[in-house]
Design a protein around this ligand. Sequence first.
Ligand code: CA
Length: 233
Amino acid sequence: MSVASSAAGAGLPSAKGAPSVLVVEDDPSLATQLVRGLSRGGYRVDHVMTGQEALASGDPDVVLLDLGLPDVDGVDVCRRLRERSDAGIIIVTARGEEPERVLALDAGADDYLIKPFGLAELLARIRAVLRRIRPGGEVLRHGPLTVDLRTRKVTVHAREVALTPKEFDILECLASDPGRVMTRQEILESAWDAHWYGPTKVLDVHVAALRRKLDVPGLIETAYGRGFRLGEV
Ligand code: CA
C-alpha cells in the first residue's frame, strides 16, 4: 500500500520543486506524524510501509528508513537503495538496534536517528543530508516560506518577495532553525557584524519591514525580552 501523502494532501500549498522525502515506516501513527511534520516543513512526502515498496518506489531526494520493517531486513533495503540511488538515506532505529545501525551505515546510510526523536532534529538532519547532496544549492523551507541561500531569492506561497540585504540576512538567520528563539544578539551578529555594539532598535525596524513584506501573520513571532523566531503557520 502506497499512501501518497503530498504537502497538498496535508492541506498546505503543494511544495513544487521542494525536495522529496520517502518515509519507510510500518508504524502507522509514527508515519502519520512524520508525514505531517515533513509536509509542514515544506517537503514533498511519500509514505510506504514495507521494504518491497521502498525498493519499488521512484527516486526521492531523501529516504527516511525504519530498520525494523515487516518484510525485508532494513539493512538490506538500505544496501539495495544505495546500489541504485544517490538519495540521502537517514535510518531510524530503536535504541537496542545498535549493531543494525552500524551495518546500515556501512551499507551506505548517511545518518541515523534513534527513536524517539523530535521533529526539529529530524528536519535539521534532512537539511544536513541535502547540503551534502546538493552543495551550494541550499534552500531553507518553512511552511509557505522558501529562502534560497545561493540566489538570495525569497518566496511566500510561491510569490517572490523583494527584500533588502539586511532583511534577507535576518530572515536567513531565523529560517536556519525554525521554531528556535534567536536572541537579538545572535541575529545582530549574524546579519551585521560578529561584534555588534550599537543600538538594537534597528533590528525591530527591519523585522517590522520583513513582516510587512512577507505578509504571513504569525510567521515571525516575538519572544519578548529575548528575540524572534519563526512560528508554526
Ligand atoms: Ca518498524
